[in-house]
Design a protein around this ligand. Sequence first.
Ligand code: NDP
Ligand code: OXD
Length: 310
Amino acid sequence: MTLTVLFAATPALWEEFSAALSHAFADAGLDAALVLQADPAAVDYIVYAPSSPLEDFTPYTRCKAVLSLWAGVERIVGNQTLTMPLCRMVDPGLTEGMVEWVVGHTLRHHLGMDRHIVNPGQVWDPTCPPLARERPVAMLGMGALGTACAQALRALHFPVTGWSRTAKEVPGIPCLHGEDGLRQALSTAQIVVTLMPKTPETENTLNAERLSWLPQGAVILNPGRGALIDDDALLAALDTGAVGHATLDVFRVEPLPADHRYWTHPRVTVTPHIAADTRPSSASRMVAENIRRGEAGEPFVNLVDRVRGY
Ligand code: NDP
Ligand code: OXD
């Protein structure tokens, strides 16, 4: 019987995803129809993205899984009507994009590129940056994205220390956990990257106290979620130069309000939540693989732990 897959992301994404998903279903050997509307009781799977009009999953009684096109699921994970399995996006294209953003912005700060790109006084300053091997980086969050970014930075010889909720072993990257581990990672880090999900536990991970553990002038890159950082504490640390620069891709309110101090602070770079995008062709293969698994009675991959919140 043909499976009914409801595309419940914003309709604006339909054009980008419909052909890619249909191809991926065919490639996976699935007899599946991707639809924008259906009788809820006849829907087998739901493809979802935040700002979807779908909020009440109760009528989707046959639905075997909700498949998120986004990696971060904080806007749906607490939905009490969503009682079926929820899978998040782990997409090689998205990971590649994140690695490029993190490596690019790390190198910008490491090499002090701004001094030469914007140099109105035509100052001849021959100060050479240190080598990457002399620039410690802390990666807060060692999941799909954090690990890939840590490995890419390590390949450039940055000494990367990982930090996550649970203990981890990643070749070439010392991994820490717990409060002592965080203190250890931050106390030597000249660049900190935050790549954790938004959960009640990760909110304000970088608060005033923990920011004070950083060496003077450390740089923060946040492509994770705005809530990982206490904004007032960060602005205070930027004002004094205790934090040398923050490059922020994600914010508590998006789009970032026009009057937010981040827009005009000389030590802040704002990028508009573009660090990494879900790529239709590779992401569609992940969606198809999970539907294939569901139909074959195999466990879903990238299943969200509803208690943990990610
Ligand atoms: P994963 O779930 O694979 O990894 C999350 C990591 O965060 C894990 O290492 C996890 O630890 C760690 N973590 C979770 N809670 C805590 C905690 N309380 N203390 C310490 N560490 C914690 O997620 P991804 O790597 O795929 O994605 C990370 C986030 O990146 C997403 O949730 C999303 O918010 C953001 N994102 C941003 C994008 C953008 O364009 N800006 C694009 C895509 C994602 P453990 O390994 O022990 O479980
Ligand atoms: C995501 C994101 O979570 O784009 O996928 O932020």
